[in-house]
Write a protein that binds this ligand. Structure first.
Ligand code: AMP
Ligand code: MG
Length: 423
């Protein structure tokens, strides 16, 4: 294949804005199948069912304290001068039921979390009472106890039939807590999308190979696999492809048939060996975009073949990382039904001047710092698209809009939060 014959079309590219490119991808994302997993396996997954409270919570009136369950009217008039004495007639440990009906003047010793007798309307803390033995056990109170004190009513947290969690909700510790509470031992989640990853480039060595002059180790495949996993999907690291269009075409086509998404890195620029730039222009491939008005990663490309999405990211490690976060992660999340597929965005104060000017929006790797209750973001010292080393020190992408003067410390900027962990 004579790559040069295609090169003129490779130069003619129309740059899309990031948001417009993201919008082109979404309708092409299929919906994942649903599977049932054990609750503890559900962490990091996306809920594929609506969970309604099968019972109120709590489902019985629960004591919030270690103390005595009583009838509040019995404590009327209690003071340090005139203590009220009530007889202890029952003991209710956690998990047990009251065994005596409380008549006026009677109380039950009760533990935190135990069921409050129906006749009682309050619990007094153990520490607020004195005890006296005289033909039975009595407790003395120096204060009135108001109705409802230390009693958690039925349904305080959730009523029966209330929506607990909706479709598309990412499951972490809080969701697992509520599901376990309601006895949902198995939960329906989206099947993890299977994502094929190819690096391309004749310069690439495997990570276990010794260095050779002029060659570099293939780090992008590993970075992408980690990002795929953090996005909640299952990565498949396929053998890197040399800069050979025919070879790439065969391998990518096979992967498109087998996996939900295919990601490639490298070969999307306009050089003679930029095989992916050529591949997305072949017959039968629907090109969604091959230029984005952003840095790094302006060559970020997406295409559809046989209904499957192909993301051809830049080979430059920084650009590859950013391209994944902006375009591939949302696709994975959308396939799983997430209602929040994009990186969370917030406003922060730029901590140091950013002087690079550009007519494209920049997504600058950065780190957040909280100072005196305010959120500052500091751009990484090195953020060229080829730079790999600062990815590890970044917890956000600082959005620098096109500017002719740069942005000065103290100005307000939009920031995208990087999570790095499943959902
Ligand atoms: P390309 O987009 O193919 O022009 O690649 C741009 C540069 O990114 C190359 O010159 C390499 O230095 C680097 N690169 C490409 N692929 C990888 C990879 N898989 N891992 C690490 N660096 C890469
Ligand atoms: Mg290359």
């Amino acid at each position: 294949m004579n790559a040069a014959s295609n090169s003129s079309s490779k130069f003619r590219r129309t740059a899309l804005q990031v948001a417009d490119a993201q919008q082109l991808i979404l309708p092409r994302v299929p919906r994942a199948a649903v599977e049932t997993v054990n609750l503890i396996e559900a962490q990091g997954r996306i809920l594929a069912e609506k969970v309604i409270a099968p019972h109120p919570y709590p489902h019985f009136r629960r004591s919030g304290m270690d103390g005595f369950a009583l009838r509040s009217e019995d404590t009327k008039g209690a003071s340090s001068e005139e203590m009220v004495w009530l007889e202890v007639v029952d003991e209710i440990p956690c998990g047990s039921l009251p065994s005596v009906v409380l008549k006026p003047g009677m109380v039950a010793r009760i533990m935190t979390g135990a069921k409050v007798p129906d006749e009682a309307d309050a619990v007094v803390m153990l520490e607020m009472t004195e005890t006296r033995e005289s033909g039975g056990t009595f407790i003395g109170l120096k204060r009135e106890i108001e109705a409802g004190k230390n009693v958690t009513p039925v349904g305080q947290e959730l009523a029966q039939g209330e929506l607990i969690l909706d479709h598309g909700r990412a499951i972490s510790a809080g969701e697992i807590s509520v599901l376990a509470t309601f006895g949902i031992a198995n939960v329906q989640v989206a099947v993890k999308p299977r994502v094929a990853i190819f690096s391309t480039g004749s310069e690439l060595l495997r990570v276990d190979e010794p260095l050779q002059d002029g060659k570099i180790r293939n780090s992008n495949t590993y970075t992408l696999a980690a990002q795929v996993r953090a996005a909640g999907a299952e990565p498949f690291m396929l053998e890197a492809i040399e800069d050979d269009l025919v070879l790439a075409k065969g391998r990518v086509e096979q992967a498109l048939a087998e996996y939900d998404f295919v990601i490639t890195t490298g070969g999307v620029s306009v050089g003679d060996f930029d095989i992916m730039a050529d591949l997305v222009r072949e017959d039968g491939v629907e090109l969604l975009f091959n230029k984005i008005a952003m840095r790094p990663g302006s060559v970020t490309t997406a295409a559809v073949k046989n209904g499957k999405l192909l993301f051809a990211l830049s080979g430059n490690p920084g650009a590859c990382f950013v391209g994944f976060e902006l375009f591939v992660r949302p696709a994975i999340q959308t396939m799983m039904g997430s209602v929040t597929p994009y990186l969370t965005s917030f406003e922060a104060i730029l901590g140091s001047d950013y002087n690079k000017v550009n007519n494209f929006t920049r997504f600058v790797r950065g780190r957040t710092e909280i100072q005196e209750g305010k959120v500052y973001v500091y751009p990484a010292a090195l953020d060229e698209s080829s730079v790999m080393i600062t990815i590890k020190d970044s917890d956000c992408l600082i959005v620098i809009p096109p500017t002719t003067n740069g942005v000065t410390a103290g100005e307000s900027v939009q920031v995208l939060k990087l999570s790095g962990t499943p959902a």
